[in-house]
Design a protein around this ligand. Structure first.
Ligand SMILES: [Zn+2]
Length: 356
């Protein structure tokens, strides 16, 4: 395929990349070598990236990041880009295709991978954590981890397909039609989950948090009842909404004990609890209400995304609007401002533009 190698010649030898270079707080915009795609691999020119909670943790160098990440590594896993070149043996991806990538690359050889259950791979490498991520001008992935995106959708939305896909997973996995749903956390993931739960037919979606800016964003979406846990109680709102026996589904996006406690208190008997937020070190889930209420708990990692991304695309093409969850788009040169804004509690999803 001579045209591919001709195009490869237009790919520069070096690129900008946002990296964790040392075991300390902060990130650096470095010059790195552009990876060369090997057999079955795809080189992607990154257009937009979205700032995730994991990237923010790695920047802060919190306890989770210290346990999880071994510098040096290029960070980030939420992105959209165009195919820039392909290695030998790649058949379904072509130059210029609009693509997104899965956040985990399965090993391909463990018992789960050999059984076709790549989302259960225990040896998977996570982009931006234990293999170089997508906060760079180029990222290289195996073709099986690359997914054709609809180029008619806005790039800022496509860059958020990983967290949006998790919200779609909730809609696909749980019976939301007419359901009472309680979501803890007004971060971007909580706002996405609220929007998609309402779109999927939930009767009432309640979002609880104590962060004023996040509560204001969640209220502006117009899909959920908002509870400021600093000065209002979920009991009061439940009475107002007539939810006498508790919520059918709880979704935690915070990983914090207080939020988990609220969920256990206000779920109905035989209710379901979905965990999306990475747990803080002191997070705990009390066993007594799990037992006495006979609750079911589900951990929803950002894996096995393709079915969720297909449904998400169809929903976006059919009127689902998540654009209000995106707060702003900044050029990559302003990455420090973006991470500082996120650390200061600016609500919504921050996008970094790699074309600028
Ligand atoms: Zn595996």
């Amino acid at each position: 395929m001579p045209h591919i190698y001709a195009h490869r010649n237009t790919v520069p030898k070096t690129m900008r990349a946002l990296a964790k270079t040392a075991a300390a707080p902060g990130l650096k915009l470095i010059e790195a070598l552009v990876p060369a795609p090997g057999p079955g691999e795809v080189l992607i020119r990154v257009k937009r990236t979205a700032l995730s909670a994991a990237a923010a943790s790695i920047d802060r160098w919190d306890a989770w990041a210290q346990r999880t990440v071994r510098p040096p590594v290029i960070v980030g896993h939420e992105f959209v880009g165009l195919v820039a070149s392909v290695g030998p043996g790649v058949t379904d991806l072509h130059l210029g295709d609009c693509v997104i990538g899965e956040p985990c690359v399965a090993c391909g050889t463990c018992r789960h991978c050999l059984a076709g259950h790549h989302h259960l791979c225990a040896s998977a490498h996570r982009l931006g954590q234990d293999r170089d991520g997508a906060f760079a001008d180029y990222v290289c992935l195996p073709q099986g981890s690359v997914w054709h995106a609809d180029p008619r959708l806005p790039l800022d939305i496509l860059a958020c397909f990983v967290p949006l896909g998790q919200a779609v997973r909730i809609a696909r996995r749980f019976d939301l039609l007419g359901a009472q749903v309680l979501i803890t956390g007004t971060n971007a993931q909580g706002c996405m989950a609220a929007t998609i739960a309402k779109y999927a037919g939930a009767r009432n979606v309640v979002v609880a948090d104590s962060q004023p800016a996040g509560l204001a964003l969640a209220a502006s979406l117009g899909v959920a009842r908002i509870v400021d846990t600093r000065d209002a109680s979920l009991d009061t709102l439940r009475r107002e909404l007539g939810i006498s026996d508790g919520f059918d589904l709880g979704v935690d996006t915070t990983g914090r004990s207080t939020a988990l406690g609220d969920l256990l208190t206000h779920l109905r008997h035989s209710g379901q609890l979905a965990l999306l937020g990475a747990p803080f070190d002191d997070a705990c889930l009390h066993l007594q209400p799990l037992l006495t209420k006979q609750l079911s708990v589900y951990g929803l990692d950002a894996r096995d995304n393709v079915p969720d991304w297909e449904r998400l695309t169809q929903a976006l093409q059919s009127g689902l609007d998540v654009s209000h969850v995106i707060s702003r788009c900044l050029p990559i040169a302003a990455f420090r401002e973006a991470f500082d804004r996120a650390a200061a509690g600016e609500p919504g999803k921050l996008i970094l533009d790699w074309e600028s």
